[in-house]
Write a protein that binds this ligand. Structure first.
Ligand code: NAD
Length: 368
């Protein structure tokens, strides 16, 4: 018997992968409080963006169809690897399904062991809103009090809550082409005690606002915002233009002020910036957060955050949910990886015997 085999004999190592279902994440958020979760994820994102160069980064891998996209988003540092599976199907409401659905994994780089598998549909809404607020804190005019929310679907309450709790926004101007989506948002904001007014067009909704968030879903080159709608000093938080052929801002809006993004190689493909030439100037937001680049330079300046969603934000959000689940003693585990007495005898696991002398199960022997 070799040393390797002897080492592992009788010591099946059980891998307990932590598991966070959608229900469990909702429970965690309710117990912790959504304001605290948004602040916590914003803080984890900031910490991770401040050590930007530690991460192995790449643009996400996208598989497109006529009606949507399915994407894989990996990132790693020396300790952890994370990926997110996420789709974007703007017509999904026809099937009573959300536009965006996601799950993800945190794994140990040293062994490749999956440590956490989690829902990321709710968590994506939290992390996207937290990321928008992190960028706006660095770019919007200090003292901003009003925000237009164009697109009143699944992400919208989370955006409103992040801007209320992390920036002090008090009034939301709402517009959606689907009046039912605005009805839902008004009702939810009322319940939350947040002020809102609904409008009949984007133009009317954005007038006089300090911040404009566009979070619409349509797989087309839309022009939700056109240059004449933009007032001096506005900060634009463009969230819905996040895929080739799916934009929200007229190209001339991007010429009204400095443009900031997450990870430039990905944003040039997917962001509203995809409309601009390859040498169009853009600044990665981590550079502003770390003081290496300037954000807003005057109260009159228009600033544009061209958000697409980057894997590092999901890494931060997964870490946050893992830590809070542990703090609240709400961690569940699942058996995702077979526990083997001899890691070279994977076949033996089929027989239910994790020891050395595993008999071949009858059905397997017959099939062979
Ligand atoms: P959703 O389908 O629930 O809501 C989108 C809303 O936009 C719908 O109510 C729709 O009626 C409205 N809309 C479509 N066209 C419009 C228009 N021209 N004017 C006004 N409203 C319009 O989708 P969601 O989950 O809220 O996501 C919104 C967008 O944000 C999607 O495009 C999604 O891909 C994107 N997203 C981006 C990030 C990121 O990190 N940047 C993260 C998550 C989602």
């Amino acid at each position: 018997m070799s040393n390797h085999t002897r080492l592992h004999k009788d010591t099946a190592r059980r891998v307990n992968t932590r598991y966070l279902s959608a229900e469990r994440v909702a429970e965690i958020i309710n117990r912790k409080g959504i304001a605290e979760c948004l602040a916590g994820v914003a803080s984890y994102i900031t910490q991770d963006f401040l050590r930007w160069t530690d991460f192995d980064k790449c643009p996400r891998m996208a598989n497109h169809s006529e009606v949507g996209v399915i994407e894989l988003m990996p990132v790693s540092d020396a300790r952890s690897y994370a990926f997110k599976y996420v789709n974007g199907h703007p017509s999904n409401y026809r099937y009573n399904l959300p536009t965006v659905m996601a799950f993800g994994v945190l794994a140990d780089v040293a062994t490749g062991t999956p440590e956490l598998i989690s829902e990321l549909t709710i968590t994506t809404a939290i992390r996207t809103a937290a990321m928008s607020a992190v960028a706006a804190r660095a770019l919007a005019r200090p003292g901003s009090k009003t925000m237009a929310l164009i697109g009143n679907g699944a992400q919208s309450e989370f955006q409103a809550l992040a801007f209320h709790h992390l920036l002090g926004i008090e009034m939301f101007h709402l517009f959606d082409i689907d009046a039912g989506a605005t009805d839902k948002l008004v009702a939810n904001l009322n319940r939350l005690g947040l002020g809102s007014r609904r409008f009949d067009s984007t133009r009317e909704a954005v007038t006089g606002c300090h911040i404009v968030t566009t979070v619409t879903a349509d797989k087309t080159n839309a022009t939700i915002l056109t240059p004449e709608m933009i007032e001096p000093g506005m900060h634009i938080n463009g969230v819905g233009g996040d895929c080739p052929g799916k934009t929200e801002l007229h190209a001339d809006v991007l010429r009204l002020g400095p443009v900031f993004c997450e990870f430039e190689p990905q944003s040039r493909i997917e962001g509203d910036m995809q409309q601009m030439p390859a040498d169009f100037p853009v600044t990665e937001i981590w550079q502003v957060l770390s003081g290496q680049a300037t954000g807003r330079t005057s109260p009159e300046q228009v600033t544009i955050y061209d958000s697409v969603g980057f894997a590092l934000e999901d890494y931060s959000a997964l870490r946050y949910m893992r830590d809070v689940a542990a703090e609240l003693k709400m961690t569940e585990t699942i058996s995702l990886i077979p526990a083997l007495a001899n890691p070279k005898n994977l076949f033996g696991f089929l027989g239910g015997n994790r020891g050395e002398q595993t008999p071949v199960p009858a059905e397997v022997a017959l099939a062979a």
